[in-house]
Design a protein around this ligand. Structure first.
Ligand code: 6PG
Length: 325
């Protein structure tokens, strides 16, 4: 019998240096009964950016927040996408924390749970304000359920592990119940780990922790927090890779990732795009061209250009990342 990371949660949510990866417990989660169909094309066909208060000083109770430029998109039929541009990454981090805390408050009150997905990379650093006052004490962490949009198939104490990254800077600082942290079972092959994670998600759907999108049939996470690579990849969905077109599976494996390490698992676009809220957090001039191509839909539109959300998509950009918009 394959092991299931669902049952390993409480074991895995401990210091990565103490982790053992060979715990095996029986899987008995029912197989999925959902019939899934989805288009991966973005629902946002055009983008025009108009600046609001560009270069002006924005009054704020937070004195660190001196200048904030904001641009909003006018999408025509879709009004759910916006682009926010910050002169300083510090200000972006402050707003990202507030954005996340507000959604946490809303979903914890509304449905008694908040399902949050993170990527690896620099996003985790941009979440640093959440583990500071006032949020660290005011967020209802007990109701959080924490997932990864992608993970590298390496031991949890490995420097390449997205679990370790999130644990060191985030999870170790907040009281999310260990049983609510859904790490992959990296003792399995990449393919089996992807199947195992998908089975775990289906179990959480069956137990009503995870919602299902009425329009797509895919799981509907409350909030997905994504970074983007310089080539415009999101999660482990890379430009030109066939996995970008996956339309049925929830979680897939990749063994030829152009960004090392090569073995990973990743959510698919239908899952990402069925989220209620998605934040795409992108900083640095090295990503400006991919931001431009993704938002203006120019040239070869990278995977980030296919990201959408059912309720709201927000791009959090620092000024260098937005320099070609
Ligand atoms: C991963 C990530 C990946 C990441 C982007 C951006 O595990 O590699 O989940 O999708 O978010 O590559 O990473 P940076 O922000 O560090 O550039």
């Amino acid at each position: 019998m394959a092991s299931s990371s669902c049952f390993l949660r409480s074991i895995l949510f401990s210091s990565p240096t103490n982790l053992r990866s060979n715990h095996h417990l029986p899987t008995f989660f029912p197989k999925n009964h959902l019939i899934c169909s989805h288009s991966t094309s973005s629902r946002f066909e055009s983008l025009s950016v108009s600046s609001i208060g560009t270069g002006s000083t924005k009054k704020s109770s937070d004195t660190r927040r001196k200048v904030k430029s904001m641009a909003r998109t006018n999408i025509g039929k879709e009004e759910k996408k916006r682009v926010e541009i910050y002169d300083l990454e510090e200000n972006l981090a402050i707003d990202l924390a507030k954005f996340t805390a507000d959604l946490s408050d809303k979903f914890c009150k509304k449905r008694g749970a908040f399902t949050v997905v993170v990527s690896g990379g620099s996003l985790i650093k941009s979440l640093r304000k959440l583990v500071e006052s006032p949020y660290v004490d005011s967020i209802d962490w007990a109701r959080w359920h924490f997932f990864w949009v992608d993970e590298r198939v390496v031991p949890k104490n490995h420097d390449d592990s997205n679990y370790k990254l999130a644990y060191d800077s985030f999870l170790s600082k907040v009281p999310i119940p260990p049983g609510n942290v859904y790490a992959i079972n990296e003792a399995l092959s990449a393919e089996a780990a992807a199947d195992d994670y998908e089975t775990c998600l289906k179990h959480l759907v069956n137990t009503n922790i995870l919602r299902v999108s009425e329009s797509t049939g895919f799981p509907k996470f409350d909030l997905m927090l994504l970074g983007m690579g310089p080539d415009g990849h999101v999660a482990s969905l890379f430009p030109g890779h066939g996995l970008c077109n996956e339309s049925k599976k929830w979680v897939v494996s990749i063994s030829d990732s152009p960004k090392p390490p090569s073995e990973r698992i990743t959510f698919t676009f239908p899952v990402i795009n069925s989220s209620a809220h998605v934040a795409l957090v992108v900083c640095g001039s090295g990503k400006a061209e991919a931001v431009e191509a993704a938002l203006k839909k120019t040239g070869n539109v990278p995977p980030a250009g296919s990201v959408s959300a059912e309720d709201e998509l927000v791009w959090f950009l620092d000024k260098p990342a937005s320099s070609k918009l």
